[in-house]
Design a protein around this ligand. Sequence first.
Ligand code: HEC
Length: 97
Amino acid sequence: MLKSSIALLAAVLLLSAACAASAADAAAGKALVDQNCTACHGGMMSMWQGKSAADIDSLIHEVVSGKKPHPKDLKPLGLTEAQIADIAAYWSSAAGK
Ligand code: HEC
């Protein structure tokens, strides 16, 4: 009984650690956006309305890879996967507000 409780506790701890590591950080996303995107995107927040973080994440990937035309080349920013996820989390939560 005690052994299985300890195993369960360990599993729960591992799972929550994994979630914390992969959770996108909208506050970090806001900081990145304010620095690199808001000059143009500040007045276009409605374009993210109804889009999930996953939708926006893949749109940003298309822009970064050059698949989608975009006024500013985002490649030189060298955004990491985590930073793109943070921006997507921020835009999806802030759209329409
Ligand atoms: C120089 C101005 C400018 C800057 C800076 C800028 N954007 Fe944009 N971006 C635009 C414009 C204008 C559009 C809308 C194009 C349209 O509606 O066809 C757009 C559209 C997009 C789209 C949607 C593409 C699509 O077709 O749906 C994404 C994603 C995007 N921008 C990401 C970013 C990110 C991330 C940053 C900051 C790291 C950024 N942009 C910085 C001007 C800018």
